[in-house]
Design a binder for this molecule. Sequence first.
Ligand SMILES: NC(=O)c1ccc[n+]([C@@H]2O[C@H](COP(=O)([O-])OP(=O)(O)OC[C@H]3O[C@@H](n4cnc5c(N)ncnc54)[C@H](OP(=O)(O)O)[C@@H]3O)[C@@H](O)[C@H]2O)c1
Length: 312
Amino acid sequence: MERFAITGYGEPNKVFQTITAQPREVTSGHIRVAIHAFAINPYDVSLRRGEQQEFRSLKFPYVMGNDAAGIVTEIFPGETDFSVGDRVVIHPVSGAYGQEVVLPTKKAAKIPAKLSFAQAASLVTTGITAYNLLFQLLHVNSSQTVMVLGASGGVGSLLVQLLHQNKNRVLASASKRNEEKIKSWGADEFSAYDTEDSGKVFFEQADIVIDATKGSKSGAIGLKILKPGGTYVALNELPTEIERKDGTYLRFVPKKDYQDQRAFAYLLNVFAKGNLFVNIAEILPFELESVIYAHEKIAGHPAAGKIVIAKS
Ligand SMILES: NC(=O)c1ccc[n+]([C@@H]2O[C@H](COP(=O)([O-])OP(=O)(O)OC[C@H]3O[C@@H](n4cnc5c(N)ncnc54)[C@H](OP(=O)(O)O)[C@@H]3O)[C@@H](O)[C@H]2O)c1
């Protein structure tokens, strides 16, 4: 069974290698899934660079990857929720970069025929994060005006759509080049951070500000947009104590009691109603060169949309 592993920390073309791994046994509460598509996240780039060593030590060769979709190929005897042949979306703790993975059933959900493997893989970390942030951390209610900074991103694009479905007033910011897409996803108003001062445009209009930019680039803008006493959430760094105005400041982090299947059920329901657009920038062949290319690209500032590696 082939997998795409890193042999150490460093540049993608130096550390990625195809390895042959022994298939793991399927134990109680687990399923084996043949992976048909996996998506790359900014977090993977950070992990490969060694930036997460303080929080997570890796044993090499290490197979990363949390976002994938495929077909169930083996179940534990007595398993009732899944059958061999089911099409599933999966959220393993690692190991999505490869031909198969064994994972707990609670980290998987069946997907409808009209959701492609590439679309499903693109919805995993992004969708689970957007859902948990809005409905588990914030318990957002539809009367609130919400500002999404980084609205063109994997997480931001889903935040905009889920908020729109929830009938919130959605303010959004990203590069000018992404304006039309973001409006089509349901943003009520848009301001491009690269052509104007979005902080001035939306000054103190938002009950909630969510910084979903890569690397928390928009703290100063977000603080201007936050109503005094409002709630500010960051996917990365929060503004410093000195910078902050009166309000509640929360850093979103995944928690054990956030259940993946609840998030998947919500996202798949929105998709079934025709209200969820999955923005994919590129689908690449299922090979090592694609993984290297994707990591190089995501380390920069690519066009909006997920980069997915998929079998044809
Ligand atoms: N805490 C968690 O559990 C968690 C979960 C998921 C993701 N994250 C983190 O959240 C961030 C977003 O993830 P993602 O997957 O959505 O990333 P992504 O798809 O790469 O999106 C990045 C977003 O950042 C914006 N951006 C890039 N450079 C910017 C700049 N200089 N100023 C303002 N905006 C800028 C992009 O806007 P334009 O391209 O339009 O300029 C885009 O909207 C990443 O840092 C990721 O690691 C954290």
